[in-house]
Design a protein around this ligand. Sequence first.
Ligand SMILES: Nc1ncnc2c1ncn2[C@@H]1O[C@H](COP(=O)(O)OP(=O)(O)OP(=O)(O)O)[C@@H](O)[C@H]1O
Length: 112
Amino acid sequence: MNNYHLYEEIGHGKFSTVYKGRKRYSISYVAVKSIEKSRREKFMTEVGILSNTKHVNVVGFVNWYETRNHLWIIFEYCVGGDLLRLLKQDGRLPEEQVRRFSYRLRMLTQFY
Ligand SMILES: Nc1ncnc2c1ncn2[C@@H]1O[C@H](COP(=O)(O)OP(=O)(O)OP(=O)(O)O)[C@@H](O)[C@H]1O
């Protein structure tokens, strides 16, 4: 984890916090998810799936780490956040946009 600078929190789950990060000595920005060690099984499942998935519609996996108190996943940083945030901010989406998102999700389910 010494390879990354951590900036502000950009989201959180029940057992995790997600920060904006930057790889040291570079201008590569990432999302850094810190997870409680009690959630190791879920963490390993998430790492297993993401590290074996390379798809334009799935957030890119970079690496994972373990420190004394936490497990960490480094992801590609999605500037726009997630779909839920978009819906909360914009309310109902125009039909055309719903169609675009649905198409991407459909591509993904075909991939699996
Ligand atoms: N790669 C990313 N880029 C930008 N924001 C992200 C990224 N990953 C996660 N986030 C933000 O962090 C929030 C929480 O992340 P995520 O959905 O992965 O947690 P979770 O799996 O629900 O966590 P938990 O299992 O602890 O409940 C997302 O809703 C999103 O706002």
